[in-house]
Design a protein around this ligand. Structure first.
Ligand SMILES: [Zn+2]
Length: 417
């Protein structure tokens, strides 16, 4: 490995401050991995099946915490929380999709103009660190790479990189893999293959790798396909460990079956129910899981926000939703913002969370379930809040507190031996 020799010393600060938190300069290359939809049992089952020997061997030499992600337990809010070290109330990204009340329009939230805080990645790069980011879907790339002077590209568009836009011009040659289909396990494998090649060739100080949950939406923990995916992950993590990196693995959210005992989806079509009760146009149900890639979940998750016309009594609407089978929690805006650390002006008058086996839809006619070729699995609620936070080094003096997935950089840089 050509880059493994001694490095020229560079001037750098002892710590970097980002969003009110302080991070020590990495003593060795740091790789933080966000495995999309990695409910802790995926790792547990793969280890039991003998498919993840590297992770199994961390018991005794590494760190293993079970921590809370951000609710809504969706991809973008959690990836942005991890790279900013802060909840959505600070960075502003509280869904993939929202109702922009200034623009009076329902829009995707993947434009960096919605980001209200800087990232740890950009701050370290500004302080002189070499930083690299690889993400599976291109929808996250612009947010993760916001104001980042370094390498940043997606597997999805690995054939379109330029040195000027992505900090690298040979993303495809790095892996020897073709550009994978957007709905595939290979889209995530490409992230790890590229990450390993970058680690060995470029020796970045900090690298962030983020996958897609296509496999987790289709396959439960312990199934052959799930164990094969975790086994693939395990082999790449072992390679990064062998290259001398600190490796920290967490997830953006968990994943659960959202079906009845026959495997049929449990769906509360909330807009249909509210339209029937209050008339068309009196309420607006927003599903922040909505994104352009819906084949594997039909845009159905366990979290919704509802805008309610001023002519309706909010308490009445709240009561009606709370009485629905499968609904776990209905909170008014201020209470939801405080409990889930969300930006008040980007959520509706009510926040609705469904229970573990149930998802929330808008209208029956607006969800295309024809792409679902397996029983529905999804996320979004508090039932998918527990995720792993794993490291390949011990943390001897870990403070007792509520650890979060967005403490991944704090754990890595401030607490690992
Ligand atoms: Zn996700």
């Amino acid at each position: 490995m050509s880059a493994a020799g001694p490095r020229a010393p560079r001037d750098h600060p002892a710590t970097v401050e980002v969003n009110g938190r302080s991070y020590r300069w990495p003593a060795r290359p740091l790789v933080v991995v966000c495995v999309d939809g990695c409910e802790p049992d995926y790792v547990n089952q793969a280890i039991t099946a003998g498919a993840a020997p590297w992770m199994a061997a961390l018991d005794g030499r590494g760190t293993c915490l079970t921590v809370d992600c951000v609710v809504p337990s969706f991809t973008n809010p959690n990836n942005l929380s991890i790279v900013t070290g802060a909840p959505p109330s600070v960075h502003g990204i509280c869904g993939n999709y929202f109702f922009d009340s200034e623009a009076r329009a329902e829009v995707m939230m993947n434009d960096p103009k919605y980001l209200r805080a800087g990232t740890i990645l950009a701050a370290f790069a500004d302080a002189g660190a070499k930083v690299a980011v690889v993400t599976a879907k291109d929808k996250l790339r612009a947010l993760l790479g916001h104001r980042l002077k370094g390498i940043c590209f997606s597997s999805e568009h690995a054939d379109r990189v330029t040195l000027a836009a992505n900090g690298v011009d040979d993303a495809l040659a790095l892996t020897g893999m073709p550009v994978p289909p957007v709905y595939s396990a290979e889209l995530s494998e490409f992230v790890f293959a590229a990450g390993c090649a970058l680690l060995e060739r470029e020796r970045p100080d900090i690298m962030y790798l983020s996958t897609t949950d296509y496999v987790q939406h289709k396959h439960a923990p312990g199934t052959a396909a799930a164990n094969a995916f975790t086994g693939m992950l395990d082999r790449y993590l072992a390679r990064m460990d062998a290259a001398g990196a600190t490796v920290v693995v967490t997830a953006d959210h968990g994943m659960n079956a959202k079906t009845d005992a026959f495997g049929r989806p449990n769906i509360v079509f909330l807009q249909d129910l509210l339209d029937a009760a209050y008339g068309d146009g009196a309420t607006r149900v927003i599903l922040p899981i909505t994104d352009p890639y819906v084949v594997h979940h039909g845009a159905l998750g366990s979290f919704a926000t509802v805008y309610v016309s001023e002519r309706l009594a909010l308490a009445d609407v709240r009561e009606r939703i709370a009485a629905l089978a499968g609904v776990e929690l209905v909170l008014p805006r201020a209470e939801a913002a405080a409990r889930f650390e969300l930006p008040q002006n980007r959520i509706g008058d009510l926040v609705v969370v469904s229970e573990r086996l149930t998802v929330i839809g808008t209208c029956r006619t607006r969800h295309d379930l024809s792409g679902l070729d397996a029983p529905l699995r999804s996320h979004g609620g508090t039932s998918e809040q527990r995720v792993p936070l794993i490291a390949n080094r011990p943390a001897p003096d870990l403070p007792a507190r509520r650890w979060r997935n967005f403490d991944a950089f704090d754990l890595a840089l401030n607490h690992l031996a």
